[in-house]
Design a protein around this ligand. Structure first.
Ligand code: GUN
Length: 293
């Protein structure tokens, strides 16, 4: 049986470090780090994530602001809000929860965020820095950054020469994850819906990252014995065994099967999810330090 990678524990450690840094900033006479979280519309999963981000920000001692906008909000109004937040010196991090309603151009909104407040790491400036290895000055997207920390906890800092397969090519997870693994000297393959013989490719992975949003897609026999498996998926599926209308959360990996083969694996929930939020707090405290000079 494999080692279960405890994302909750590592996330709690990151958050303790953030709290200590908040205290240090305060001791030096600086204002608390400010995080603005913007949500447009009523997507239930997004509401849960955003509530969790705002709650954790408060717990860290941040100045935490949440803007909840109706699904009908115009792109112009949203861009106006971003402009105000960019100009607000009490705000060090701006996060616009994705997905946005269809009538809004997400790309345009994301690129409107000042790169120095882009704690999601989605602006061209931050994506470009990550892609060219300028990691020291980049904000790295939170889910891949958190996944990387978990991988290093399990395998140590030296990932040189390991085969890494990332399933999924999103801008939020797949692509930045691949960049981080490449920067760590892994041999990286990005797999996606057009990839041929995905099970065979996955079996070559010493590090297998699943970020596709398909419940339990990665089966036990896709996993190389001893591999580190990072399950980024958070999927809500029907759970009739718990009663009529009940649901449960599962990842993109068939957990029980994969856990019997893997060397280490993240559970869902309690794996990558808490790390995403912890890394958002870490990026925001870094932004506040940079602003403090
Ligand atoms: N939607 C799903 N994941 C994320 C994320 O990391 N950041 C934002 N802004 N939206 C998301």
């Amino acid at each position: 049986m494999s080692k279960i990678i405890d994302g909750k524990k590592t996330a709690a450690e990151v958050i303790e470090n953030v709290k200590a840094l908040v205290a240090d900033l305060a001791a030096k006479g600086h204002a608390a780090p400010g995080l603005a979280v913007v949500i447009v519309g009523e997507d239930p999963a997004s509401q849960v994530y955003v509530a969790s981000k705002s709650r954790t920000a408060k717990e860290c001692g941040f100045h935490s602001v949440q803007h909840t906008l109706s699904a009908e909000t115009s792109e112009e109004k949203l861009l106006e809000l971003i402009g105000e937040l960019n100009a607000d010196s009490s705000i060090h991090g701006i996060l616009v929860q994705l997905p946005l309603p269809g009538h809004i151009d997400s790309g345009k909104v994301i690129q409107a965020i000042a790169p120095e407040k882009d704690v999601d790491g989605f602006t061209f400036a931050n994506v470009g820095k990550l892609g060219t290895g300028e990691m020291q000055t980049a904000f790295v997207p939170c889910t891949p950054a958190g996944s990387m920390l978990l991988i290093e906890r399990v395998r140590g800092q030296d990932l040189s020469g390991l085969n890494a397969v990332v399933i999924g090519r999103s801008n939020i997870v797949g692509k930045p994850m691949a960049s981080l693994l490449l920067e760590a000297n892994c041999t990286v393959t990005i797999a996606h819906s057009r990839t041929k013989d995905l099970p065979a490719l996955a079996r070559t992975a010493d590090i297998l990252v699943a970020a596709v949003g398909r419940p339990e897609m990665v089966k036990g026999d896709w996993v190389k014995p001893g591999a580190t498996v990072i399950d980024v998926g958070i999927n809500r599926i029907a759970a009739p065994e718990k009663g009529e209308g009940k649901t449960r959360l599962v990842g993109d990996v068939a957990y029980q099967e994969a856990a019997s083969v893997a060397g280490a694996i993240t559970p869902v929930p309690g794996g990558v999810g808490p790390m995403t939020i912890a890394m958002l707090m870490a990026n925001t405290i870094v932004s506040a330090y940079l602003a403090a000079g």
